[in-house]
Design a binder for this molecule. Structure first.
Ligand SMILES: C[S@@+](CC[C@H](N)C(=O)[O-])C[C@H]1O[C@@H](n2cnc3c(N)ncnc32)[C@H](O)[C@@H]1O
Length: 294
Protein backbone atom coordinates (compact mmCIF):
# COMPACT_ATOMS: atom_id res chain seq x y z
CA UNK A 1 0.00 0.00 0.00
CA UNK A 2 1.41 3.37 -1.02
CA UNK A 3 1.05 6.24 1.44
CA UNK A 4 0.75 9.45 -0.51
CA UNK A 5 -0.04 12.07 2.08
CA UNK A 6 2.53 13.88 4.19
CA UNK A 7 0.99 14.86 7.56
CA UNK A 8 1.18 18.66 7.51
CA UNK A 9 2.90 20.51 10.39
CA UNK A 10 3.05 17.27 12.35
CA UNK A 11 5.66 18.56 14.83
CA UNK A 12 3.64 21.68 15.53
CA UNK A 13 0.41 19.69 15.87
CA UNK A 14 2.09 17.33 18.36
CA UNK A 15 3.43 20.28 20.33
CA UNK A 16 0.17 22.23 20.54
CA UNK A 17 -2.40 19.45 20.74
CA UNK A 18 -1.30 18.27 24.18
CA UNK A 19 -2.66 14.96 25.51
CA UNK A 20 -3.12 14.40 29.25
CA UNK A 21 -1.15 11.70 31.11
CA UNK A 22 -2.81 8.29 31.43
CA UNK A 23 -5.84 7.05 29.53
CA UNK A 24 -7.03 9.68 27.06
CA UNK A 25 -9.27 9.96 24.00
CA UNK A 26 -8.77 12.01 20.88
CA UNK A 27 -11.01 12.49 17.84
CA UNK A 28 -9.22 12.83 14.50
CA UNK A 29 -12.02 14.35 12.42
CA UNK A 30 -10.15 13.96 9.12
CA UNK A 31 -8.14 10.76 9.42
CA UNK A 32 -7.27 10.43 5.72
CA UNK A 33 -4.41 7.96 5.37
CA UNK A 34 -3.84 8.19 9.11
CA UNK A 35 -0.61 10.22 9.15
CA UNK A 36 -1.42 12.39 12.15
CA UNK A 37 -3.27 9.59 13.94
CA UNK A 38 -0.30 7.27 13.59
CA UNK A 39 2.05 9.86 15.11
CA UNK A 40 -0.22 10.45 18.11
CA UNK A 41 -0.74 6.74 18.72
CA UNK A 42 3.04 6.16 18.58
CA UNK A 43 3.79 9.04 20.94
CA UNK A 44 1.08 8.31 23.53
CA UNK A 45 0.77 4.60 24.47
CA UNK A 46 -2.39 5.19 26.58
CA UNK A 47 -4.18 7.25 23.95
CA UNK A 48 -7.19 5.97 21.98
CA UNK A 49 -8.29 7.67 18.79
CA UNK A 50 -11.68 7.77 17.11
CA UNK A 51 -10.80 8.38 13.46
CA UNK A 52 -13.45 9.90 11.22
CA UNK A 53 -13.54 10.12 7.45
CA UNK A 54 -16.43 10.25 4.98
CA UNK A 55 -14.43 8.49 2.26
CA UNK A 56 -14.54 4.72 2.54
CA UNK A 57 -11.63 4.16 0.11
CA UNK A 58 -9.15 6.25 2.07
CA UNK A 59 -10.53 4.85 5.31
CA UNK A 60 -9.55 1.36 4.15
CA UNK A 61 -5.98 2.58 3.73
CA UNK A 62 -5.97 4.08 7.24
CA UNK A 63 -7.33 0.86 8.76
CA UNK A 64 -4.59 -1.17 7.09
CA UNK A 65 -1.85 1.30 8.01
CA UNK A 66 -2.99 1.54 11.63
CA UNK A 67 -3.65 -2.18 12.14
CA UNK A 68 -0.78 -2.44 14.63
CA UNK A 69 -2.68 0.00 16.87
CA UNK A 70 -6.02 -1.77 16.33
CA UNK A 71 -7.50 -1.75 19.82
CA UNK A 72 -6.65 1.94 20.25
CA UNK A 73 -7.90 3.07 16.83
CA UNK A 74 -11.63 3.12 16.09
CA UNK A 75 -12.48 4.11 12.51
CA UNK A 76 -15.87 5.73 11.87
CA UNK A 77 -17.26 6.40 8.40
CA UNK A 78 -19.03 9.74 8.85
CA UNK A 79 -19.06 13.43 8.02
CA UNK A 80 -17.37 15.07 10.99
CA UNK A 81 -20.21 17.52 11.75
CA UNK A 82 -22.70 14.64 11.87
CA UNK A 83 -20.55 12.42 14.08
CA UNK A 84 -19.69 15.20 16.52
CA UNK A 85 -23.36 16.24 16.84
CA UNK A 86 -24.13 12.77 18.20
CA UNK A 87 -21.02 12.36 20.40
CA UNK A 88 -21.20 12.51 24.17
CA UNK A 89 -20.55 15.84 25.91
CA UNK A 90 -17.08 16.18 27.50
CA UNK A 91 -15.94 12.78 26.26
CA UNK A 92 -12.71 13.75 24.41
CA UNK A 93 -9.38 15.26 25.46
CA UNK A 94 -8.35 16.56 22.04
CA UNK A 95 -9.90 17.12 18.61
CA UNK A 96 -8.00 17.49 15.36
CA UNK A 97 -9.21 18.80 11.99
CA UNK A 98 -6.90 18.71 8.94
CA UNK A 99 -9.37 20.14 6.44
CA UNK A 100 -9.82 19.48 2.74
CA UNK A 101 -8.75 16.46 0.75
CA UNK A 102 -5.67 14.31 0.59
CA UNK A 103 -3.01 13.57 -2.06
CA UNK A 104 -4.79 10.23 -2.44
CA UNK A 105 -7.80 12.04 -3.87
CA UNK A 106 -5.79 13.81 -6.56
CA UNK A 107 -3.46 10.95 -7.42
CA UNK A 108 -5.36 7.73 -6.89
CA UNK A 109 -9.09 8.08 -6.31
CA UNK A 110 -10.01 8.31 -10.02
CA UNK A 111 -12.79 10.80 -9.17
CA UNK A 112 -11.70 13.79 -11.23
CA UNK A 113 -10.38 16.01 -8.43
CA UNK A 114 -7.44 17.04 -10.59
CA UNK A 115 -7.80 19.10 -13.75
CA UNK A 116 -4.70 17.28 -15.00
CA UNK A 117 -6.47 13.93 -15.10
CA UNK A 118 -8.73 12.25 -17.63
CA UNK A 119 -11.22 10.99 -15.07
CA UNK A 120 -14.96 11.10 -14.57
CA UNK A 121 -16.06 14.38 -13.00
CA UNK A 122 -17.24 13.04 -9.66
CA UNK A 123 -15.41 14.70 -6.72
CA UNK A 124 -17.65 13.12 -4.05
CA UNK A 125 -16.05 11.94 -0.80
CA UNK A 126 -19.21 9.97 -0.09
CA UNK A 127 -19.54 7.90 -3.24
CA UNK A 128 -22.74 6.23 -1.97
CA UNK A 129 -24.95 9.23 -2.61
CA UNK A 130 -25.43 12.89 -3.39
CA UNK A 131 -24.64 14.94 -6.47
CA UNK A 132 -21.38 14.70 -8.37
CA UNK A 133 -19.33 17.50 -9.93
CA UNK A 134 -20.80 16.47 -13.32
CA UNK A 135 -24.31 17.00 -11.90
CA UNK A 136 -23.33 20.53 -10.83
CA UNK A 137 -21.59 21.43 -14.09
CA UNK A 138 -24.33 19.99 -16.32
CA UNK A 139 -27.34 20.80 -14.15
CA UNK A 140 -26.93 24.18 -12.40
CA UNK A 141 -28.16 27.34 -14.13
CA UNK A 142 -25.41 29.55 -15.55
CA UNK A 143 -26.01 32.09 -12.74
CA UNK A 144 -25.88 29.47 -9.96
CA UNK A 145 -22.71 28.04 -11.47
CA UNK A 146 -21.07 31.47 -11.63
CA UNK A 147 -22.00 32.07 -7.97
CA UNK A 148 -20.45 28.78 -6.86
CA UNK A 149 -17.24 29.47 -8.81
CA UNK A 150 -17.04 33.01 -7.43
CA UNK A 151 -17.93 32.18 -3.81
CA UNK A 152 -15.97 28.95 -3.33
CA UNK A 153 -13.19 29.55 -5.84
CA UNK A 154 -12.80 33.33 -5.41
CA UNK A 155 -12.42 33.21 -9.20
CA UNK A 156 -12.51 36.64 -10.82
CA UNK A 157 -13.52 35.20 -14.21
CA UNK A 158 -16.42 33.23 -12.72
CA UNK A 159 -19.03 34.70 -15.09
CA UNK A 160 -16.98 34.08 -18.24
CA UNK A 161 -16.23 30.53 -17.13
CA UNK A 162 -19.89 29.82 -16.29
CA UNK A 163 -20.94 31.21 -19.70
CA UNK A 164 -18.41 28.99 -21.51
CA UNK A 165 -19.62 25.93 -19.58
CA UNK A 166 -23.28 26.74 -20.33
CA UNK A 167 -22.54 27.24 -24.06
CA UNK A 168 -20.57 24.04 -24.40
CA UNK A 169 -23.01 21.79 -22.55
CA UNK A 170 -25.79 22.71 -25.02
CA UNK A 171 -23.84 20.62 -27.53
CA UNK A 172 -22.33 18.00 -25.27
CA UNK A 173 -22.59 17.38 -21.52
CA UNK A 174 -19.37 17.31 -19.50
CA UNK A 175 -18.09 13.90 -18.44
CA UNK A 176 -14.33 14.18 -17.92
CA UNK A 177 -12.20 16.50 -15.78
CA UNK A 178 -9.78 17.20 -18.65
CA UNK A 179 -12.67 18.26 -20.89
CA UNK A 180 -13.88 20.78 -18.30
CA UNK A 181 -10.32 22.06 -17.72
CA UNK A 182 -9.88 22.68 -21.48
CA UNK A 183 -13.15 24.64 -21.74
CA UNK A 184 -12.16 26.78 -18.72
CA UNK A 185 -8.68 27.44 -20.11
CA UNK A 186 -10.13 28.53 -23.46
CA UNK A 187 -12.61 30.92 -21.79
CA UNK A 188 -10.18 33.14 -19.83
CA UNK A 189 -7.82 35.88 -21.11
CA UNK A 190 -4.44 34.70 -22.44
CA UNK A 191 -2.46 36.32 -19.65
CA UNK A 192 -4.50 34.45 -17.04
CA UNK A 193 -4.27 31.21 -19.01
CA UNK A 194 -0.49 31.29 -18.74
CA UNK A 195 -0.39 32.65 -15.17
CA UNK A 196 1.10 31.25 -11.96
CA UNK A 197 -1.64 28.68 -11.45
CA UNK A 198 -3.62 26.64 -13.98
CA UNK A 199 -6.77 28.62 -14.94
CA UNK A 200 -9.00 25.72 -13.81
CA UNK A 201 -7.52 25.53 -10.27
CA UNK A 202 -10.08 27.79 -8.62
CA UNK A 203 -13.10 26.35 -10.45
CA UNK A 204 -12.09 22.81 -9.49
CA UNK A 205 -11.71 23.89 -5.84
CA UNK A 206 -15.17 25.51 -5.98
CA UNK A 207 -16.83 22.40 -7.41
CA UNK A 208 -15.26 20.15 -4.78
CA UNK A 209 -16.44 22.45 -1.98
CA UNK A 210 -19.97 22.59 -3.42
CA UNK A 211 -20.23 18.82 -3.97
CA UNK A 212 -19.14 17.94 -0.43
CA UNK A 213 -20.67 20.91 1.42
CA UNK A 214 -17.20 21.47 2.83
CA UNK A 215 -17.50 25.02 4.16
CA UNK A 216 -21.00 24.60 5.60
CA UNK A 217 -19.79 21.76 7.81
CA UNK A 218 -16.94 23.60 9.53
CA UNK A 219 -18.68 26.00 11.92
CA UNK A 220 -21.27 23.50 13.25
CA UNK A 221 -18.48 20.95 13.69
CA UNK A 222 -16.33 23.37 15.68
CA UNK A 223 -19.26 24.17 17.98
CA UNK A 224 -19.91 20.48 18.57
CA UNK A 225 -16.19 19.77 19.05
CA UNK A 226 -16.13 22.35 21.82
CA UNK A 227 -19.07 20.67 23.54
CA UNK A 228 -17.54 17.20 23.17
CA UNK A 229 -14.22 18.34 24.62
CA UNK A 230 -13.39 18.06 28.32
CA UNK A 231 -12.52 21.37 30.02
CA UNK A 232 -8.79 22.00 29.49
CA UNK A 233 -8.85 19.96 26.25
CA UNK A 234 -7.68 21.40 22.95
CA UNK A 235 -8.93 21.71 19.38
CA UNK A 236 -6.39 22.06 16.53
CA UNK A 237 -7.46 23.03 13.02
CA UNK A 238 -5.32 23.02 9.88
CA UNK A 239 -6.79 24.96 6.96
CA UNK A 240 -5.57 25.26 3.37
CA UNK A 241 -7.26 28.34 1.97
CA UNK A 242 -8.57 31.67 3.18
CA UNK A 243 -12.25 30.65 2.98
CA UNK A 244 -11.71 27.88 5.52
CA UNK A 245 -9.33 29.89 7.67
CA UNK A 246 -11.75 32.84 7.94
CA UNK A 247 -14.50 30.60 9.33
CA UNK A 248 -12.16 29.05 11.92
CA UNK A 249 -10.58 32.35 12.95
CA UNK A 250 -13.91 34.14 13.55
CA UNK A 251 -15.50 31.20 15.29
CA UNK A 252 -12.61 31.00 17.76
CA UNK A 253 -12.60 34.79 18.28
CA UNK A 254 -16.32 34.77 19.11
CA UNK A 255 -15.91 31.81 21.46
CA UNK A 256 -13.01 33.49 23.26
CA UNK A 257 -15.08 36.67 23.67
CA UNK A 258 -17.83 34.53 25.25
CA UNK A 259 -15.24 33.09 27.64
CA UNK A 260 -15.58 29.53 26.38
CA UNK A 261 -12.10 29.03 24.92
CA UNK A 262 -8.60 30.52 25.09
CA UNK A 263 -6.83 31.04 21.77
CA UNK A 264 -3.29 29.59 21.93
CA UNK A 265 -2.20 30.78 18.48
CA UNK A 266 -2.75 34.57 18.33
CA UNK A 267 -1.29 34.35 14.84
CA UNK A 268 -1.78 31.08 12.96
CA UNK A 269 1.21 28.73 12.87
CA UNK A 270 2.56 28.14 9.36
CA UNK A 271 4.93 25.43 8.05
CA UNK A 272 8.67 25.93 8.32
CA UNK A 273 10.77 26.61 5.21
CA UNK A 274 12.15 23.06 5.53
CA UNK A 275 8.66 21.57 5.50
CA UNK A 276 7.64 23.63 2.46
CA UNK A 277 10.82 22.53 0.66
CA UNK A 278 10.00 18.91 1.43
CA UNK A 279 6.26 19.12 0.75
CA UNK A 280 5.28 22.06 -1.46
CA UNK A 281 1.47 21.70 -1.02
CA UNK A 282 1.92 22.50 2.71
CA UNK A 283 2.82 26.12 1.86
CA UNK A 284 -0.76 27.38 2.19
CA UNK A 285 -1.49 25.57 5.48
CA UNK A 286 -2.38 27.41 8.70
CA UNK A 287 -2.75 25.90 12.16
CA UNK A 288 -5.01 27.42 14.83
CA UNK A 289 -5.39 25.94 18.34
CA UNK A 290 -7.73 26.73 21.25
CA UNK A 291 -8.12 25.35 24.75
CA UNK A 292 -11.54 24.87 26.34
CA UNK A 293 -11.81 27.02 29.44
CA UNK A 294 -12.07 25.11 32.73
C1 LIG B 1 -6.14 16.61 4.43
S1 LIG B 1 -6.78 14.99 4.55
C2 LIG B 1 -6.22 14.43 6.12
C3 LIG B 1 -4.86 13.83 6.13
C4 LIG B 1 -4.47 13.17 7.42
N1 LIG B 1 -4.38 14.14 8.50
C5 LIG B 1 -3.15 12.42 7.29
O1 LIG B 1 -2.17 12.81 7.94
O2 LIG B 1 -3.10 11.44 6.54
C6 LIG B 1 -8.49 15.27 4.91
C7 LIG B 1 -9.34 14.01 5.00
O3 LIG B 1 -10.59 14.37 5.58
C8 LIG B 1 -11.66 13.82 4.87
N2 LIG B 1 -12.75 14.80 5.02
C9 LIG B 1 -12.82 16.04 4.50
N3 LIG B 1 -13.92 16.67 4.93
C10 LIG B 1 -14.56 15.81 5.75
C11 LIG B 1 -15.76 15.89 6.53
N4 LIG B 1 -16.52 16.99 6.54
N5 LIG B 1 -16.11 14.82 7.29
C12 LIG B 1 -15.34 13.69 7.29
N6 LIG B 1 -14.21 13.56 6.56
C13 LIG B 1 -13.82 14.61 5.82
C14 LIG B 1 -11.18 13.61 3.46
O4 LIG B 1 -11.83 12.49 2.88
C15 LIG B 1 -9.66 13.37 3.66
O5 LIG B 1 -9.39 12.00 3.74
Amino acid sequence: MEIRHYPVMHKEVLEYLTIPQGKACMIDCTTGEGGHTSLFLSNYPDLSIIGLDRDKEIQKKAIERLSAFAPRFTPVLSWFDEYLASAETESADAVLFDLGISMFHYAESGRGFSFKSDEKLDMRLNTDGGMSAADVVNGYSEEALADVIYRYGEERYSRRIARAIADRRKEKQFELSSDLADVIAASVPGQYRHGRIHPATRTFQALRIEVNGELDRIKPALGEAERVLRPGGRIAVITFHSLEDRIVKWFFKDEEREGRVRILTKKPIVPSDEEIAENAPSRSAKLRVVEKVL
